[in-house]
Structure formats: structure tokens, C-alpha cells
Design a binder for this molecule. Structure first.
Ligand SMILES: *Cc1c(COP(=O)(O)O)cnc(C)c1O
Length: 380
């Protein structure tokens, strides 16, 4: 079986984790800070490590003090965590449709969705390609709201030469095994704004304040720590930071392999009728998390099932999130976000991961070409 995504683990990763197991700390120890520093080198802003990409988003919304009634602008073509963690603070999710070319939120539609209650624009770097961050930044600055980037797909990508993580007010990452690098479960928040990062860190560490100059409870001993705002425990353990440090040391290798696989898919499918390939903005240097293709909607399920029957475990990313029953009270209907709906209706994510061999990829390409030739020509 060839999955759509999976981790790449080598001997160095295994030794790193075993060494951490033999160390003095299983959880908060020296490797946490080391991992956060190594991440900063890659993403261009200071980082806080947490237990998942979902946790990272939750911390980002805590850092901007999201409150009931606040509005956040998000695209529908994403994983539900982008919205769930904001809704859990009582915020209203405002959906704004995507661009057909990239699958990313359409800046031209964002401005008219802004109200006095809007607190943040949340961009998602679909498949690894950075959203239109300059345009979104301008809108955010004009309205004095935050720009948050859900970069679960895009660690390692750059936008106009700047690494993802250094641009938005807060950027969140996921290190789930199918993502560009892994810590098993894991995630991180990056921010060039020390105040926001400190708030995210405190929220992820039970809200504990350890800086004596900030203490409100006076005359305690060296043991003292206190809580000003409630937090949660999202600490990423030393064991997993060990894996993260080891994985980060190979991120440029992972990127080169993913780019090579991307180019081979593009060549393999060049000028195939009824097949839409990913489009890249020239100013983006993408570390591809997914390889999203689009086939005629009427044939998508058949093509999907045929690929799965050949043990090619393709995936569909994503059902536009506004169509999840959890949004029933929003009064939205299928078709309200036609570009997202159209994108979803034909989308299939082909296998894309560092350990995918050229042989396996050639098998995928040839199998899909065969299926397209028979299935689509029959249907049309
Ligand atoms: C994977 C993902 C998340 C959540 O990350 P987890 O580490 O699985 O919690 C959030 N947003 C997007 C777009 C994702 O793909």
C-alpha cells in the first residue's frame, strides 16, 4: 500500500529518541529549547513547541485573546482545526472563498468580509504553497487586526524569499506524521512579536508566570510561580523534541525530494486532458505537502476508488469546512462558496512523501493515466 503521506524515519532519528529516553528528562528538559532554537533557524522567528498543530492554533487564538462574539476570517478549504479552535473561544467563523489557482484564501474577497468585530484573518497555505501574505498583511494593517497563518502544510516554504513563519503575526505548524516533518504528534507557534509569543507560551504551559518582576503575590520563596490567566498543558516532551531536532536537520533534503517528486508528477501528467495540476505563484518557493490534482467531478469517486483498489491510498483534501454539520446553525448552504466547492468536487491528493521511490511514483503516474484514459473518456 502506498499512502498519500507518511513519515521518513532513519537511524539518526531512532538514536536521538533513544538517547533522550536514557536522559534525565522525559518531558520538559534541554531538548525543548534546543528544538525551538533549531525551528527558529528554519522559520525565521522565535518559536514555542506544542503537542499538535491543533494545539498551536488554540494557542494562537489565546494569544490574541479571542473572545465570544469576535469574528475570524478563514477559507473553507482547510482542516477543521483551523476553525474549531477559534469557535471553542466563542468566536464566529467568517468564511471567505479561495482562489481557484492555488486553493488559498482570495484576498480580493477578504476586505468586504471585515466588520467591526473582525479580530483576525487566518490564511491557510494549502498543499504547502504560501497564501498571498502581502495583500493579506495590507488588509490586516489597514483594519488593525491580526494576520494568522495556518502553516500546517508549509514549513520549509518561502514567500518572496522570506521563510513561512517570519511573516504573519502568528504562524502555526503541525508535525503530524504526514506533514513535511514529524515529531509523531507535535506542532509549534512562531511569532516575530515577543508579546504574542509569550502569551502563546503561557497558555500552553498552564498559564504559569515564572518571571519575578511580574509577580502579584509578593514575598514568596524561589519555588513560587503564579497564574494570571488560565492555560492548558500543551508541552511537547523532550522525547519528541529529540525527534524534531533530528528531523529538522534533514528538512532541506526532505524539501529537495518533495520538489523532485512534484516535478516528476508535473512532467508525467503534462497536457493530459481533463486533469488540472497545481499552479505555483512564481514568488513562492514551495515545500510541497500535498500533490493535489483535480479531475472531472462526475468521475472523481470512480477514479479515487480505482486508485485505492490498486493500493494507491489517495486522499481528498478537503470537504469545505462550512459543510460540516457542526456549522448547521450558521444557515449556510452547499454552493455558498462556489470556488471551494468546485475545488473539492474534483480534488484528489496523490502520494507525496520523502520516502516515495521513483518506481512507486511511476506506478502511480501510469495507473492514473490508464484510469483517466478509460474512465473519463467513457464518461464525457
Ligand atoms: C494537520 C492540520 C492541522 C492540525 O494539525 P494536527 O497536528 O493534526 O493537530 C491544522 N490545520 C491544517 C491545515 C492541517 O492540515
Amino acid at each position: 500500500m502506498i499512502p498519500y503521506g507518511r513519515q521518513s524515519i532513519n537511524q539518526q532519528d531512532i538514536e536521538a529518541v533513544v538517547n533522550a529516553l536514557n536522559g534525565d528528562f522525559l518531558t520538559t528538559g534541554p531538548l525543548v529549547e534546543k528544538f525551538e532554537k533549531a525551528l527558529e533557524e528554519v522559520v525565521g522567528a522565535p518559536c514555542v513547541s506544542v503537542t499538535s498543530g491543533t494545539a498551536a492554533l488554540h494557542c494562537a487564538y489565546a494569544a490574541i485573546a479571542l473572545r465570544p462574539g469576535d469574528e475570524v476570517i478563514t477559507p473553507p478549504l482547510t482542516f477543521i482545526a483551523t476553525q474549531a479552535t477559534a469557535a471553542l473561544f466563542g468566536a464566529k467563523i467568517v468564511f471567505v472563498d479561495i482562489q481557484e489557482s492555488t486553493g488559498n484564501i482570495d484576498p480580493a474577497l477578504v476586505e468586504r468580509a471585515i466588520t467591526p468585530k473582525t479580530r483576525a484573518i487566518v490564511a491557510v497555505d494549502y498543499a504547502g504553497q504560501p497564501a498571498d501574505l502581502d495583500e493579506l498583511r495590507d488588509i490586516a494593517d489597514k483594519h488593525k487586526i491580526y494576520l494568522i497563518e495556518d502553516a500546517a502544510h508549509s514549513i520549509g516554504s518561502t514567500y518572496k524569499g522570506r521563510p513561512v513563519g517570519s511573516i504573519a503575526d502568528i504562524t502555526t505548524f503541525s508535525f503530524f506524521p504526514t506533514k513535511n516533518m514529524t515529531t509523531a504528534e507535535g506542532g509549534a507557534i512562531a511569532s516575530p512579536n515577543p508579546e504574542l509569543l509569550q502569551k502563546a507560551r503561557r497558555f500552553s504551559r498552564q498559564g504559569l508566570v515564572r518571571e519575578p518582576q511580574e509577580f502579584k503575590v509578593k514575598n514568596q520563596g524561589k519555588w513560587h510561580q503564579e497564574v494570571h490567566e488560565f492555560g492548558i498543558n500543551y508541552r511537547l516532551p523532550d522525547l519528541l523534541c529529540a525527534l524534531g531536532i533530528s528531523q529538522l536537520s534533514r528538512i532541506s533534503t526532505f524539501k529537495a525530494i518533495r520538489n523532485d517528486l512534484f516535478d516528476r508528477y508535473m512532467k508525467g501528467f503534462a497536457e493530459v486532458p481533463n486533469l488540472v495540476l497545481p499552479q505555483v505563484n512564481a514568488f513562492n518557493n514551495v515545500m510541497w505537502h500535498l500533490f493535489p490534482i483535480r479531475v472531472p467531478a462526475a468521475s472523481r469517486e470512480k477514479i479515487f476508488d480505482s486508485l485505492r483498489s490498486k493500493d494507491i491510498f489517495v486522499q481528498v483534501n478537503y470537504l469545505p469546512t462550512y459543510r460540516h454539520p457542526v456549522f448547521a446553525t450558521y444557515g449556510l448552504e452547499e454552493g455558498d462558496f462556489p470556488v471551494s466547492d468546485g475545488y473539492y468536487s474534483g480534488e484528489i491528493s496523490l502520494p507525496m512523501f520523502s520516502d516515495l521511490s521513483h518506481n512507486q511514483q511511476d506506478f502511480i503516474i501510469n495507473t492514473l493515466l490508464e484510469i483517466l484514459a478509460t474512465e473519463v473518456s467513457r464518461k464525457l
